[in-house]
Design a protein around this ligand. Structure first.
Ligand SMILES: Cc1cc2nc3c(=O)[nH]c(=O)nc-3n(C[C@H](O)[C@H](O)[C@H](O)COP(=O)(O)O)c2cc1C
Length: 363
């Protein structure tokens, strides 16, 4: 595990190891999107990782889709996040914030504003989502964004990124994966625009490129990252040619100067959720198109991560579910200690149970 435990220089960060905690939505904010006090405990406990990526966080009330997710657009949110980044930095880890605009993956009951959810096109996602008031509900049909609204939407991401820096984050990861707004622009089934922001691959990548460039200009490209999930058909998102789309996207992005490109691999255990082909071929297909650091998540084990780091395929290894029940995941790998299993029924429930109460190994 020599490479996993080696230090790394990524963007402006000096990382103590190459373990990264993946962004994990846990819905422990209040209804106004303010992270609750025990959120700082939870992230602080997991700061054995070199880098932590905080959960998907909305840049505005309009960007919210799920109930109790945090935001980064009010002063109360910035103050609460500052406590989180302080707890993580106190242990010598770095922290990015994932900025997540849900687009059409939203229900009005989960939002603090009456506006309907927006998306590149008025295409209703199949399926349902949880609301605290009325349990599972069908997704509504989103309103298609007007071309004239796009500059303000770019500015929303910029303002959120500036707030993240004020809250002490080392940078931001723009969420263009898993079927949310930026991914909805990229994919052929969710983007049917005819205004130059859709249609061809060049049209579909355009808005995402504009957001990355604007955020990079505002806070520095070295503090700007992106997450993509080519071929992951989550949230009813299907791109006809995901590898082709993502190659074009990466070629158009200033990846040499960005903090990193984060790939979430399509799930090798659910072939019905993957149209990118062999999951093990995804990173090799994209690697030549990333001129800076490439990091990846998706069913990694310490062994598979070490192999990918050794070969130079990736520069950091990202782990999600293992961090949920193992606050000291890095220490457990170092000592060869068995991992605890997370309680999935408590992934998204309010309160510290199943969240900040998983014990570390006895000292
Ligand atoms: C409870 C839970 C919440 C998640 N929330 C997010 C999220 O907010 N943003 C995101 O990009 N991915 C999210 N994911 C995906 C993870 O970041 C990660 O890519 C995935 O769990 C695969 O990694 P793993 O096999 O190590 O768990 C979530 C996954 C889980 C299990």
């Amino acid at each position: 595990m020599e490479h996993l435990f080696a230090t790394a220089a990524i963007g402006r960060m000096q990382l103590k190891n190459r373990f990264v905690m993946a962004p994990l939505t846990r819905q422990r904010a209040d209804v106004m999107g303010v992270p609750l006090p025990y959120v700082a405990d939870y992230y602080g406990q997991r700061a054995g990782a070199g880098l932590l990526i905080a959960e998907g966080t909305q840049p505005s009330f309009a960007g919210q889709g799920y109930c109790r997710t945090p935001g980064i657009h009010t002063e109360d949110q910035v103050v609460a996040w500052r406590r989180v980044t302080d707890a993580v930095h106190a242990r010598g880890a770095a922290m990015f914030l994932q900025i997540m605009h849900c687009g059409r993956i939203a229900h009005p009951l989960n939002r603090q504003i009456p506006d309907e959810p927006v998306a590149p096109s008025a295409v209703r996602p199949a399926g349902q989502m949880w609301t605290d008031q009325q349990q599972m509900q069908d997704f509504p049909t989103p309103r298609a964004l007007e071309t004239s609204e796009l500059p303000a939407l770019v500015e929303e991401f910029v303002a959120a990124a500036r707030n993240a820096i004020r809250a002490g984050f080392d940078g931001v990861e723009l969420h263009a994966a898993n079927g949310y707004l930026l991914n909805q622009f990229l994919a052929s089934n969710t983007n049917r625009r005819t205004d130059g922001y859709g249609g061809s691959v060049a049209g579909r990548i355009r808005f995402v490129v504009e957001v990355v460039e604007a955020v990079g200009a505002a806070i520095g490209l070295q503090r700007t990252a992106i997450r993509v999930s080519p071929g992951h058909m989550f949230n009813d998102l299907v791109d006809e040619r995901p590898i082709e789309t993502h190659r074009a996207l990466l070629d158009a992005l200033p990846t040499a100067d960005m903090a990193y490109v984060h790939v979430m691999l399509p799930d090798s255990f659910s072939p019905q959720m993957n149209n990118a082909g062999d999951p093990s071929a995804v990173l090799p297909a994209l690697r030549p198109h990333v001129r800076g650091a490439l990091i990846a998540a998706g069913n990694l084990t310490a062994e598979s991560a070490e192999n990918m780091l050794t070969s130079g395929l990736i520069q950091l290894a990202v782990f999600g579910r293992p961090f949920i029940a193992n606050p000291d995941f890095v220490e457990r790998i170092r000592t060869g200690t068995p991992l605890a299993a997370p309680r999935e029924d408590l992934f998204y429930t309010p309160g510290p149970e199943g969240y900040s109460d998983y014990p570390a190994l006895a000292a």
